[in-house]
Design a protein around this ligand. Structure first.
Ligand SMILES: Nc1nc2c(ncn2[C@@H]2O[C@H](COP(=O)(O)OP(=O)(O)OP(=O)(O)O)[C@@H](O)[C@H]2O)c(=O)[nH]1
Ligand SMILES: [Mg+2]
Length: 681
């Protein structure tokens, strides 16, 4: 795991770990270091890596949040024997908090001793707010504690001078001292290269994979359809590398068309393998290995994208292009390809067999490199049918009026979109347009499909009712004809092929960007509806999370009242740990959403946009969602994490920092903290 973390975040030089109880000033310290001033901070969750060029070296600074302490042995993942630890204490804490902080230092110290350590310096922070004798008292307490734990005064000590990460006093001196200490003490063993070399076999031999592909292709007399038929019936006469690639190619291609990725396709592939094994145990041995399957599907996925993008093609390749795709990426023929990425110990571990595990030699191609910001594409679509709904929704949510009209639009949009499945299907036949999941639909396709007009209300209401005062307050029963349950796909837009193409390109674009405002607004409507239903039932307070709307409502109810007492971060983590269910069974997933929530609530705090307490809970929740539309986007993690990291076993165990984009609560060296989602809305 350590090596995974190392290549993932480039933890190559002078690692420095900032730890200490929540609110002790770790992030403020980093802000001062980077920007030379204190900034507004929100509680940090998880671990964030910031490289800082300093003198002639790069400091690899890890800011941690209190979430860390909650995972057993978390230090194992982020602390190496060459890490310098800076432990923060808030001098204004009362006795109870001080005891807790001392205990935390004990448990961290014990783990450091087990892993091996370089140094541990205690920083008595916020001395701008306490007297000198109080700081002295604390210094003695901590000196004794350090002696008890490490008995190593040369490397483990309390900083003597005054420190305040608010005023900046002492900050530069700490880093100067640490730099001098580390560069002076650097051992020879540290110069070792962190990454093992790629396997010799792959370096020395460059087999002619192209010729091999051509030879095997020439002998392959089955059409792709025939192959697939035999595969489904477990009638394949052979089950070699090419057959694996072929079936994987079909599955990943179909998954891609419906907005899926290697991870969605992995489960389908494993299901097929199980089916084949049950049908013909002698021909299909039990070689089920989740990491290996995902590894190959991820490579096939990249090969398909490469073929499409570099070939300047508008469409995904077809089934029959398999041979051509293979020829463009001949390395797929290398059955030992995984050796470039995984050590044997790692890939043959039982956890890698059962769950997707990140490679420990180098990242898969296409995986975002450390902290690179993805270019967010703001859709600029002139054909914005949903804009109608959005405008009404936004107006209604913010002003609390015209509820009648908004519900009309909800019904219309909902009736139309009902023909889309909410969950992507797993069938592998050629996809029809109606198999694109609703969550991936964009407004242009929606418009083209349903041909709805902003004037459609005229079919249902006379103008005087539509514009009446009553319609502003509540939903008015329909006057002219009932609302449809399902709207037919417009007959004008039956040209499936061209629409499918349009959707495919949207899917690819959406991979790196946020859905349009219209889509977010649309999703917000259903979130609010779901939340309302949950509030009516008793399910809202259940920590067994049943849906994304439930997750949002649960966090909202747990945290919205907490922001006054300054303990938001701690409560958020406590609450998040009570949650269960498939959406939150990974540490990274859970903390990601909690962090998003904390950021949203903190923003509310700083801009005071919250609804008055007199409003009903549903309305307050509506108001909160309307001000933080990004939260309704279930795909939000895609903006921050590559799927390889997001779905990895490692991410399940500890909070892994995002690799595509920084989250609120972390500080970057290029700018100050970001409040996610709102920047590009
Ligand atoms: N008086 C005083 N307040 C400070 C000082 N440094 C930080 N603060 C305040 O303390 C609070 C917490 O600071 P952070 O830097 O967010 O603390 P943290 O250790 O990163 O907290 P977590 O991320 O929750 O673990 C903020 O409100 C800061 O403004 C200081 O030197 N003096
Ligand atoms: Mg912090």
């Amino acid at each position: 795991m350590n090596s995974v973390i190392k290549w993932l975040y480039g933890l190559s030089e002078l690692p420095i770990l900032l730890i200490g109880e929540g609110g002790s000033g770790k992030t403020s310290f980093l802000c001062h270091l980077l920007h030379g001033r204190a900034e507004f901070t929100i509680p940090t969750m998880g671990h964030y890596h910031t490289p800082l060029d300093y003198k002639k070296r790069t400091l690899s600074i890890w800011d941690t949040g209190m979430g860390c302490f909650r995972y057993p042995k978390w230090l194992d993942y982020f602390h190496t024997p060459d890490t310098s630890v800076l432990f923060f204490h808030d001098c204004t804490w009362d006795e109870e908090m001080t005891d807790q902080s001392l205990q935390t230092l004990s448990s961290i110290g014990t783990e450091m001793l087990a892993v091996g350590y370089r140094s541990c310096w205690v920083i008595l922070n916020k001395q701008d707010s306490v007297s000198a004798p109080e700081a002295d008292r604390l210094r003695k307490l901590y000196n004794k504690k350090l002696m008890d734990i490490f008995n190593d005064a040369a490397n483990c000590r309390v900083i003597e001078y005054r420190v305040s990460t608010r005023t900046g006093e002492g900050v530069k001196q700490i880093i100067d001292d640490l730099y001098a200490f580390v560069t002076g003490a650097k051992k020879d063993s540290d110069q070792q290269s962190p990454n093992p070399q790629p396997s010799k076999q792959n370096q020395n031999h460059a087999p002619d994979y192209k010729t091999q592909i051509e030879n095997e292709g020439a002998k392959d007399s089955l059409s792709m359809q025939e192959f697939w038929h035999l595969f489904l019936n477990a009638d394949l006469l052979q089950w070699g590398h090419r057959d694996h690639l072929k079936s994987g190619y079909i599955l990943i291609l179909e998954s891609l068309k419906e907005g899926g990725n290697a991870f969605d396709a992995t489960q389908t592939f494993l299901n097929h393998l199980r089916r084949l094994r049950n049908a013909k145990p002698d021909s299909f041995r039990n070689t089920e290995h989740r990491t290996m399957t995902t590894f190959w599907l991820a490579h096939l996925h990249n090969a398909i994208i490469k073929y499409k993008v570099y070939g300047n093609k508008n469409e995904f390749p077809s089934w029959n292009d398999f041979q051509q795709v293979l020829l463009k990426t001949p390395i797929l023929m290398n059955t030992s390809l995984w050796m470039d990425y995984y050590t044997k110990e790692h890939i043959f571990s039982s956890s890698a067999r059962e769950s997707w595990s990140l490679p420990d030699i180098k990242p898969l191609p296409g995986m975002a490199s450390s902290n690179s910001l993805s270019n967010l594409i703001q859709e600029n679509n002139p054909d914005r049918l949903l804009q109608y709904a959005f405008t009404v929704v936004q107006y209604s949510l913010v002003s609390g009026t015209r509820r009648g009209q908004i519900y009309f639009w909800i019904q219309i949009v909902h009736a139309a979109i009902k023909v889309f499945p909410t969950v992507p299907g797993a069938s592998t036949e050629e996809k029809s347009i109606l198999e694109i999941p609703a969550s991936r639909l964009n407004s242009a396709s929606f418009n083209a499909l349903f041909d709805l007009k902003s004037s459609i209300w005229k079919e249902y209401y006379p103008e005087r009712i539509w514009n009446s005062i009553a319609a502003r307050m509540a939903f008015i029963p329909l006057d002219l004809k009932p609302l449809p349950n399902v709207i037919d796909v417009s007959s004008k837009s039956q040209e499936k092929a061209s629409l499918l193409k349009q959707m495919e390109s949207t899917l690819i674009q959406n991979d790196s960007g946020m859905p349009s405002l219209e889509c977010l607004s649309f999703q917000a409507i259903s979130t609010i509806r779901d939340a309302d239903a949950l509030i009516q039932s008793s399910e809202a307070d259940s920590p067994v999370i049943s849906s994304h709307s439930h997750l949002l409502l649960y966090l909202y109810r747990s945290l919205a009242t907490e922001r006054e007492d300054g303990n938001l971060g701690k409560t958020a983590l406590d609450k998040s740990e009570e949650m269960s269910g498939p959406r939150v069974n990974s540490a990274t997933h859970r903390i990601f959403w909690v962090q998003m929530f904390v950021a949203a609530l903190s923003r509310g705090q700083s801009t005071s946009t919250d609804a008055p307490a007199s409003r009903t809970e549903t309305l307050r929740f509506e108001n909160f969602i309307a001000s933080n539309l990004q939260l309704v986007c279930e795909d939000l993690p895609r903006l921050y994490y590559s799927p390889e990291i997001w779905y990895s076993e490692e991410a399940t165990q500890v909070m892994l920092a995002p690799d595509k984009r920084r989250m609120a609560g972390s500080v970057s060296s290029t700018g100050q903290e970001t409040f996610d989602g709102m920047l590009h809305l």
